[in-house]
Structures are given as structure tokens and as C-alpha cells.
Design a protein around this ligand. Structure first.
Ligand SMILES: [Mg+2]
Length: 235
């Protein structure tokens, strides 16, 4: 008997290459605003934005506030005054156009969809994520797409996991696995909700947290042998 039936996938840096999408969107935004984008500014923005999302995961900042103030704040730190709201709107548009997959995500998802019930759980903005999932071709292979914005909760909140579980017929948490790149949002959240959790660690970074994923993979394809493990029941 297969150990897992329900697979929950995070989107960014798990199925789709958000680093690439973000880089392109930022380049296009700076081009539009006639601001020179140096490697230093790119790195600074990346760290600044990541810090904001981690604060959001910890419940310290709301998503609307994050999105509506990040460019104003970022440029204020660099001594420049900008219309952060307008910039955010353009940036969001550029982001929604990026849907590069992480190594073979689509074919893996196609293959898994014939044997498992697949779901998306993402802490993104609904319009952006829906478009990226459709454009990448991933959308039809999922039984349901849970986007935090549409639920009022976000990962790692247990309420978000419960919201998703309640919308799946005959759901059994013991047969569920979440796959994601964020140790806090995906792994800690999934484990606390009662399911197993597989850490997608593409960059092979050290885990300096006290969070222990059930599995760790560096490539999506490494998920296959994990899923093929059987659960033997004593007869
Ligand atoms: Mg992610």
C-alpha cells in the first residue's frame, strides 16, 4: 500500500523558479523606471524582500502592507523617493508573466497526477499565482489550488492547513505529504498540521533551524523514490 495519497506542493522555488521570475521582473521594472539596476541593488532587494516575507510568515506584517510599502521602503533606504504603489503594480504584472519551471516540474507533475491527488498550497497573490500556474501548464493537474490570499490564512498557520484539509473529500492527514522550499512556511507548518514534509533544498543550504523535515531533496525528481516506498501492514 502506498504511504502517501495526497501531495501538497508549494509553488515558488518548488515548482516554478521564482528567483528567475523575480530577477526578470525586477530588471523590467528598473528599466521602466529608468533606474540603473546594479548587482548590489539586486542583492539588497532580494534580502530586503525575503526579510519582509519571513516577517509575514511570523505574522508580523500583513500581506497588503508588505506589497504596498516594499518599494517605497526599499528606495527610502537607498535615499530615493518613489511612487511605491505604482511600482508594485507594474512589478506584479511583470512577475505574473514569469513561469519558468524548476527542472522538469511539469513532466513530474503530469506523471504524479495519474497516481496521487495533487494540491497547490501557496502564500502568493491569487491573480499572479493563477496566471503563472496556467501559463506554465501545471494548472490542470491539480485537484485544487489553495492560494493563501483567497483563504484569509497563510502558511505556516494551522488554520490555513485546516482550511485546505476540510475541502478535500475523505482526507487522511496520515497519507499526506507537503513539498516545499521554506523550512518555516512549508516544513514547520506541514509538520505542525500533522503531515509529513519534504524540504526542497535546491541551493543545498545548511539547515540551521530546529526544524527537522521528514525528507530532504535537492531536485524534484528525487521525490519519486520517496513516493515509491511502500507501507507494509502486518497481516
Ligand atoms: Mg516557496
Amino acid at each position: 500500500m502506498k504511504k502517501y495519497q495526497y501531495l501538497f506542493f508549494d509553488v515558488d522555488d518548488t515548482l516554478l523558479d521564482f528567483r528567475h521570475t523575480e530577477k526578470r521582473a525586477l530588471e523590467r521594472l528598473f528599466e521602466q523606471e529608468n533606474i540603473v539596476l546594479t548587482d548590489d541593488i539586486k542583492g539588497d532587494y532580494h534580502r530586503f524582500n525575503k526579510g519582509l516575507w519571513h516577517a509575514h510568515e511570523r505574522g508580523e506584517i500583513g500581506k497588503e502592507e508588505l506589497l504596498n510599502t516594499r518599494f517605497t521602503e526599499f528606495f527610502r533606504l537607498h535615499g530615493k523617493q518613489v511612487d511605491g504603489l505604482t511600482m508594485e503594480r507594474s512589478y506584479r504584472n511583470f512577475l505574473s508573466e514569469g513561469h519558468e519551471q524548476l527542472d522538469g516540474a511539469l513532466s513530474l507533475i503530469q506523471q504524479l497526477s495519474t497516481q496521487y491527488d495533487l494540491f497547490i498550497m501557496t502564500n502568493g497573490v491569487a491573480q499572479t499565482q493563477n496566471r503563472r500556474l496556467r501559463d506554465s501548464g501545471l494548472f490542470p493537474y491539480f485537484k485544487n489550488i489553495f492560494i493563501s490570499e483567497e483563504t484569509g490564512f497563510h502558511k505556516p498557520m494551522k488554520a490555513y492547513f485546516d482550511y485546505c484539509f476540510q475541502r478535500i473529500d475523505q482526507f487522511n492527514c496520515g497519507k499526506a505529504l507537503i513539498i516545499g522550499d521554506s523550512l518555516v512556511a512549508d516544513i514547520k507548518g506541514g509538520l505542525a498540521a500533522g503531515m509529513d514534509a519534504c524540504w526542497m533544498n535546491v541551493a543545498k543550504v545548511a539547515n540551521d533551524t530546529d526544524i527537522t523535515p521528514t525528507y530532504e531533496i535537492n531536485k524534484l525528481v528525487e521525490l519519486l523514490p520517496i513516493l515509491e516506498r511502500r507501507e507494509f501492514i502486518d497481516s
